[in-house]
Structure formats: C-alpha cells, structure tokens
Design a protein around this ligand. Structure first.
Ligand SMILES: *Cc1c(COP(=O)(O)O)cnc(C)c1O
Length: 380
C-alpha cells in the first residue's frame, strides 16, 4: 500500500486512515462473487467498523447490516441502510433495543433464548406487529482461532443448544406475534481454515434433515461471519479469499428450494483497508533494549493487548538501515505494547508509523482510558 503521506501531515495523530480504493476493491470483489449466487445475501457486521464514511460506501454497494445492539441499528439506519436488510443478534437485547428493531421493521431478530423470544412476542404484541425471527443455534463447531473469539462451542454463552432447537421452533409457531424464518449460526472470528466453514455447513445439513423429518420448513439460513484476513501480509493479500469462502458454502451446504443463505462478514470487509497512523514521540535507549514510544496507545487500538493480536508495523518516514525496537504506547499499562523486537528503519522523533490491518475492531473499540481523546477515522 502506498500511503498519502502529504495528506497525513495535515491531520493530528493518532488517527485511522481508511483506504477508499481498497475498500471499494474489496466490496467489488464480494459483489462479483455473490453475483453467481442469487440466493446469497451479505449483511455487513457493523461492529467491526461503524465509521459513517465507511458505512456509506458499504451501503452504496447494496449490502445489508448485522447488528448486535440498538445503537448499531440506529447507526445503520442513519447511514441509510434499508431496515429490511438488517439482522439483529445478541444474548442480551434490552426492551428499547427490541422496540427500535420493531419500529424500524428490521428483517430479522436472531433470537438466542426462549426467554428472549417471549419478550419479543410481548413487545411486538403491544405494537400489533409480527416480529420475524431466526434462532441462533449453537452448533458446537470449534474454530481454529483465539479462544476469546470462538463463539460456536457448547461452553460459549451464545445461542440455543441443538437439542433445544425443536422446542424453540414449536414455541415460536404458537406465538401470535412471532414469525419463524429459520436458523442462525456464528462460530467465531478470524477463521482462515475453510474446513471450519465446511464443518458448519455439514452441521447445518444435519440439522435441516432432522427438521425436515418433523415437517418443519426453514426459509432462511444464516451462517454468520468469521472469515479472517492476512494480518502478517497486508500488502500480499489485501483482499481476503471471498471466492474460497462462498464456494466452500456452495459446495457443502444443501439448500432447499427457495431457501435463502445469509452471511454476516465484518473483519473481512474492512480489516485490510485500515491503518492506525501514529507519530513517534521518543526513541528511548534503555539498558536492555530500545523503545519507540508512539502517540497511539491501547486506548486507540486494543487488539494487541486484548487478544495478543499482531499488526504489521511500518515506518512511513524513514528509509535508514533497520534497527530493532519494542514499539509501545504512552498508556500506564504494561500491556500497552504494539510490537516487541520489531525491525524498522531507524526511527526518530516525528516519524509517522502505520499499524496495518486495523480497519476492523480498531476505531470502534477505542476508549478514553487515561482521559485520552478518541481517535478519528478518515476515508480517502
Ligand atoms: C461479530 C459477529 C459477526 C462478524 O464476525 P467477523 O469475524 O468480523 O466476520 C457476525 N455475526 C455475529 C453474530 C457476530 O457477533
């Protein structure tokens, strides 16, 4: 990626830079892949990045949105997304959030418990509306990713157990203000092994066969998201393998006639187009090592501290011979480290540093710890 460094000089660091050309290239790739599969629908997982300018590009591409809170539903509506393409998941939906979804007329609530189903029925009844629901089923399918971002195992808090699926559907069918649409799954995030998605597709087939034997028809299947990105090679693999991903489902999942397949990709859509741009404050020569202290910290990008995540670090200002540094932020936590033993062209105060592949779960996870300012995001 070539960075527009001249423009960066006008912006206060730290900030997120979103490469518009790469975002559009990614969206075009997804559109081209989906064009072969008219029954497939993408709902962008807005929790990955809810920057308004980014959302408008995704909205223009014609995709829907996957939300996990009322705030996200509102943000999606504000960005101009069609409520009829919004799906809404979450283990703890509050009354005002359910009411917002009902008033907006969202496509589907992805219901995670029978307790929640009853409340949605009551709230919909009070409005004389019918809420469309899918049940989020916990498929007990593991994903080869970090333990904090697997969601589809029996031990996780998400979804309804497979053995309770029929009871949930039978209950829904009896409720006046609920329309049952189908099944929802989401096994985790940053998944690069297509075999994990294949395992989910197989599990969906099994469950469908089981339902069919009992005469239960399912209109919609939602397989969630989770496709990963190449954190160690952002320039070599700027666009994730969407072809491999959709083809894996096409090859393995057995859709019934008229059935629609939904996806909820977040990270894969926005991850590689974003970088956190930060400035070197000090190069500190300590006894055992050298530290590059930058003006961004874990409050701006928490993934390394939270998941031991790796982001490629690039010095945009120096072409000098390389040296080895720990790159750290200014925050009063030992985990405020972006990289240890990084080889970078010799760093100096004022150099611009890019933390790559930070478009997903970056800006949106920023907080004000240490009374810091929130970083802004710029798309150009
Ligand atoms: C987070 C989430 C997603 C998106 O996950 P990615 O790994 O970013 O693709 C999709 N569906 C649900 C229900 C989620 O919670």
């Amino acid at each position: 990626m070539t960075f527009p460094i001249e423009k960066f000089k006008e912006i206060d660091t730290p900030f997120y830079y979103y490469d518009k050309a790469l975002l559009c290239q990614t969206l075009d790739t997804i559109k081209a892949e989906l064009a072969q599969y008219p029954d497939y629908h993408l709902h962008y997982a807005i929790k990955a990045n809810a920057n308004m300018d980014v959302l408008r590009e995704i909205q223009k591409a014609g995709f829907g949105v996957d939300c996990v809170s009322g705030g996200e539903i509102q943000q999606a509506l504000d960005a101009g997304f069609d409520a009829g393409k919004i799906v809404y998941a979450g283990v703890g939906k509050g009354d005002w959030e359910i009411n917002l979804g009902l008033d907006a007329g969202i496509f589907c609530f992805n219901v995670e418990s029978l307790e929640e189903l009853e409340i949605i029925n009551t709230l919909a009844g009070a409005k004389n509306k019918v809420a469309k629901v899918c049940f989020r089923i916990n498929p007990n399918v593991g994903a080869h990713t970090h333990a904090n971002i697997t969601t589809g195992l029996a031990e996780n808090k998400f979804g309804i157990a497979m053995e309770d699926m029929e009871t949930a559907i039978r209950t829904a069918e009896k409720l006046d203000n609920i329309e049952f649409l189908g099944l929802h799954f989401h096994i985790g995030s940053q998944i690069l092994e297509m075999g994990d998605f294949e395992a989910l597709a197989m599990r969906v087939n099994e469950l469908q066969d089981r339902l069919e034997e009992q005469g239960i028809m399912v209109k919609d299947i939602n397989v969630g998201g989770g496709l990963g990105i190449a954190y160690t090679d952002p320039d070599g693999k700027p666009v994730p393998d969407f072809k491999g991903y959709f083809d894996t489902y096409a090859k393995n999942i057995k859709l019934r006639k008229g059935q629609q397949l939904h996806f909820e990709l977040g990270r894969a859509v926005v991850g590689q187009m974003g970088s956190l741009i930060t400035r070197v404050l000090y190069v500190k020569h300590a006894h055992v090592k050298k530290f590059v202290i930058v003006d961004a910290g874990m409050s701006d990008l928490i993934r390394p501290a939270l998941y031991e995540a790796h982001h490629e670090i690039q010095n945009l200002s120096s072409k000098e011979p390389e040296e080895t540094y720990d790159v750290v932020g200014p925050i009063c936590e030992s985990s405020d480290v972006f990289g240890k033993g990084e080889t970078l062209p010799a760093c100096h105060r004022g150099d611009l540093i890019a933390l790559r592949s930070a478009g997903a779960y970056g800006e949106i996870m920023a907080c004000q710890y240490n009374c810091r300012k929130l970083p802004k995001g710029y798309l150009f």
